[in-house]
Each structure stands twice: as structure tokens, then as C-alpha cells.
Design a protein. Structure first.
Length: 305
């Protein structure tokens, strides 16, 4: 099957069209003065709109032969916030999720989530850990409602170091074991570009028995060694699930951690040459989203590409 490309969250092409689908959000400040009935109506309307946007994106992706897509963590606004505590979102949105699930199945979409920076499973503060578990449980539940199989997961960073990486890694493993099987079985560990390098993140992934998503860009930021031997070590843990990696290009030499808007085609060609015998899904993490993916394809289709 070779390499399949994907992108994250926003489809700039559709969003740029007049009246094109786009994701909406709500603020706590707007909802707090409302009665529970009014909040429910507003939450439902925005969430329903966002799910319709996902359907539109998945249809567009299918038309452009794109199977890999990352869902936004804000798909259902404020779903884990106390302001929405009285809202039975699963009941209200059951039909909407079923509609998206049908579109995803027809499109052959592989859907993932990447919980944000405040989802920290190895935090020292128990309230942060518990809130992180709530977020993970909600996103895992959304994947279930979307009828997503084991190839759909939650990409999670290890978290902070807190001055003691050994203790931080142990906390991650301890808190991981508290997760319900349906949540734990969705988690994939990712290396980052500030704290947990490839070797350290891989050790944590092995400790909890989960696959690792190798971020090539993050690896290059923190380590000087070759990423390919690490990828070869990581692959077996994926088992029957198609392995997934992240790829991006640095914005510039002054800000090497920042992601560029597009992918450096020469760098990506070298990447492809080195994984020629490996079937992979590659999530492109670019500011230009879908447009970066299409541009990379055009670059690769040119003579010599």
C-alpha cells in the first residue's frame, strides 16, 4: 500500500469557499448566563454544525484520495467543561454521529484525535490527571460513536518532566493503568520536541504496552542520531494496525521547532526513499493543512519527484 498522507483538523480549501463549512466554537462566558435549556440548545446547534463540517471534509478527502484525517479536539465545544455538565451530548447527537460514521465508512477514513497540551496524564496534581482522563474518555467515546476501528486512536505526549523523568514516566504508567480498557486501547504515545525524545517516549510506550507515533520533526529537534533505526524498532508494536508517523518541516533556522506552512519536497523525497519497503500513514503537520498535502503531491509528481 505504500505511504498514505493525511492532515489535521481544518480544511482550508472548503473553508475558503463562500459559505463553505467551517468549525464553530462556544465560550464559557457566553454560556454561563444561560439556563440549562438554553445552553443545551446552543451546544447542540454548534456541535451539530461541526459534525456536518466533518462529513463535508471527509467527502472532500475521499474525492482527493485522502484517507487519514485528524479530528479537532474541539469537535464538541466544552464537552468536558462543567458548564456543559447537564447536557446529554451522546443522546442529542446520536443521529449526527451515525451520519458521520456512515460517511467515514464509505470514504474509508482513518480518524484520529490528538488531545491538547492540557491533557497531561503524568501530572503531579490529581485534578489535572482526572480531567485528562475525562478528555481521553470523551474522545475515545466519540471514536466509538463514529464506528472507528482499532486503527483510530488518541495520540498522546508523555507530559512534563517535573525535574525527575524517572518518576514522571512511572506516573504516566500508573495513571495509564487506571484508564478503562476502551480508552487505554486507543492511546498511542508520541515523542515531543522539548522534553521526551524518541528513546524516552519509546520506553514509556513499551512500559504501557502501546504503539508509538514517531514524529520525525520532533526527533530531529532533540536528537542528532538517525530516526530510521528507531522507526524499525517501533513498528512491531503496531501489530496488525497500520503504523502512523508525523512529518513536518521547520519554519526556519531561527525557529526550528515551529512547523512551516508547507512540506519541503526534497526532504520528503529522501524520507520516502528511506521507507520504500514500509507501509505507513503519514500525518503532515503543516499550517497550510490540506493545501500543503496537495502541494506536496504536485511537487512529487514533477519530473524527478
Amino acid at each position: 500500500m505504500g505511504v498514505r498522507l493525511g492532515y489535521a483538523c481544518i480544511n482550508l480549501t472548503l473553508q475558503g469557499e463562500k459559505g463553505g463549512p467551517r468549525f464553530r466554537n462556544l465560550t464559557v462566558k457566553r454560556l454561563e448566563p444561560m439556563s440549562p435549556h438554553e445552553r443545551r440548545a446552543h451546544l447542540y446547534q454548534v456541535a451539530r454544525s461541526n459534525l456536518k463540517t466533518v462529513s463535508a471534509i471527509l467527502r472532500w478527502n475521499a474525492a482527493h484520495d485522502i484517507q487519514l484525517y485528524r479530528l479537532t479536539s474541539d469537535l464538541i465545544p466544552l464537552v468536558t467543561h462543567p458548564v456543559a455538565a447537564e447536557w446529554d451530548w451522546q443522546f442529542d447527537l446520536a443521529e449526527a454521529f451515525a451520519e458521520v460514521a456512515a460517511v467515514a465508512a464509505e470514504a474509508g477514513a482513518r480518524l484520529t484525535f490528538h488531545p491538547g497540551q492540557y491533557t497531561v496524564l503524568n501530572a503531579r496534581e490529581r485534578p489535572i490527571v482526572e480531567q485528562s482522563m475525562v478528555v481521553l474518555a470523551h474522545q475515545a467515546r466519540m471514536l466509538e460513536l463514529l464506528k472507528a476501528g482499532p486503527d483510530s486512536g488518541l495520540v498522546l505526549h508523555v507530559g512534563g518532566a517535573y525535574g525527575d523523568k524517572e518518576a514522571a514516566a512511572q506516573r504516566f504508567a500508573e495513571h495509564f493503568r487506571e484508564l478503562p480498557p476502551g480508552v487505554a486501547g486507543r492511546i498511542w504515545v508520541e515523542n515531543d520536541d522539548t522534553t521526551w525524545d524518541t528513546a524516552e517516549a519509546f520506553a514509556v510506550a513499551q512500559a504501557v504496552g502501546r504503539p508509538m507515533v514517531l514524529d520525525i520533526h520532533h526527533h530531529r529537534v532533540l536528537r542528532a542520531d538517525d530516526w530510521l533505526p528507531w522507526l524499525e524498532q517501533i513498528l512491531p508494536a503496531w501489530g496488525a494496525v497500520r503504523p502512523k508517523v508525523h512529518f513536518s518541516s521547520p519554519k526556519n533556522e531561527q525557529r526550528p521547532r515551529d512547523h512551516a506552512a508547507f512540506i519541503d519536497p526534497g526532504d520528503f523525497r529522501l524520507f520516502l526513499e528511506r521507507i520504500a519497503d514500509i507501509d505507513l500513514d503519514v500525518m503532515l503537520e503543516c499550517k497550510a493543512k490540506d493545501q500543503a498535502l496537495l502541494q506536496l503531491r504536485r511537487d512529487l509528481e514533477r519530473p524527478g519527484g
